[in-house]
Design a protein around this ligand. Sequence first.
Ligand code: SF4
Length: 447
Amino acid sequence: MKNLAPKLSLKEYENNFAEIHPPFNPLTAKTEAERCLYCFDSPCTNACPTHIDIPTFIKKISTDNLLGSAKTILESNWVALTCAKACPVEVLCEGACVYNNKGEKPIEIGKLQRFAMDYYYKNPTTNIFSFPNRKNKSVGIIGSGPSGLACGAELKLLGYDVTIYESNNTPGGLNTWGIAPYKTRRKDSLKEVKLIKSLGVKIKTGIRIGETISIENLLNKHDAIFLGVGLGESAGLEIPGEKLKGVYNAINFIESVKLENWSSVKVGKRVAIIGAGNTSIDAATEAKRLGAEQVYIIYRRDTSQMSAYDFEFLLAKKDEIVFYFNTAPKKIIGKKFVEGIECVKTKLVSNGSKGKSKLTIIPKSEFIIPVDMVIKAIGQKPHNNFLNSIKGLKLKDGKVVVNKKNYQTGNPNIFAGGDCINGGKEVVNAAFDGKMAAHGIDEYLSN
Ligand code: SF4
C-alpha cells in the first residue's frame, strides 16, 4: 500500500476493539432478569430463530440457577455465546419484547444469555446432557462453522459417531474468523468448539474435501453427510484496477483482523469499502479502529436499500465513516498501488408499467476519491465447483436445494444447512439449520 495508516499503541488498539456491549455483573444481571414479565406467549422466543425458551432461562438467572439457565439455552442453540454477542437482537428477540409496546426499554436478552453462557464456560460440564446408547452409525460433517457444530453436537446426543472435516487449521468457521472482534473474539468461538469436542465429536482440521479426501470416499465412510460449507470467496467488482496492490476482499481483511495481532494488519490511511451490507460495516469500522484516517462506504443504491441493519449503520456513523450513496465504482486508479477510485453517480429510473425501477448511471457524473486501499464487500460467491461436483445435488441461484422439512438434498445421503442453503444469513439461522438437519438425518438413518 502506498500510504499506510499510522501504527497505534497496544492500549489504543485494545481500547478501539473493546467490546461494544460490556457484560452484566451478577447484580445487574439479576436486576435485569427480575424485570422480565415471563410472558406466557413469549414473543421473544418466537422471534428467536432457534426458539430458545427465553423466559425460562431468564427466570433461572433471577433464582441464581445459572447452570440450569445455560442448559435451557444450549438445548436450543449450541453456539449460544457467539449468538448472545453477535445476534442482531434489535430485530430478533429484543425487538419482539413486549416492553417495546409500552415504550420502555426491552429486556436485554442478549446480555442475559451471555451472562449465563459466561458462567457455563467458566464452569464447563457435560453432566447436564444425556447421552443415549450408541447407534453404530456415523455421520461426516463438512465445515465446522455454526451449522456444522450444531449438527455435530445434536447428532452426538442422538447416539451417532460424528466427524467434522474442516479445511482451516483453526475450527469454528465464521464464528472464529468472520465476526468483528468488538462483538466476539476468537476465544469465544473456540470455547464453543471445545464444548462440542467434549461431547465426543471429532474435528479434523486442514482437510479439504475434493483434495485431501474425495466426497465419494466420505460417502463410503459415513452413513450420511452434512454440508455446512458456507460461502466462498468475495465477489469481484469486475472493473479496471482490481489487481492493483491495495485492493483486498472483505473476508480476507476481516480474517486478518480476527488474529488480534492488530499492528500486523495492513490498513491504508484512506480506505474505500465497496458495498453496504453488514460485512461492509464490519470492514469499515475495523479499518477505522486500526487507525485509518478516512473510511468511505460506497454504495450504488440509497439508504433504504442497503442490507446493513439500522444499528450497524448507526455504529458506522458513530465511527465517522463517510457514506457515498447512489455511487458506483467505475475504475480503481493507480500505477502499481491504489491511489484513488473513480466513481459515477447513479439514480433509479422508473420502468413504467414493468414494475421495479432500474438503476442507471448519470452521464458525466464521474469523480475521484483519493484512497490507498479498496475493500470489496459486495457479497460472497457460492462454492459452485465443489457443489456441482457432488452427484445428485441440486443448486438454485448458487444455493443448495434442500427439503425444508428435513434438510435433505437431492442426494438422499447428503443433508445441508447454513449459508450454503440460504445464501448468507445470521449465525443463529445456521445454528438452527444444523440442529434441525441432525434430526432429519436421524429420521432418515432410523428408517
Ligand atoms: Fe420477558 Fe420481554 Fe420475553 Fe416477555 S417478551 S418474556 S418481558 S423478554
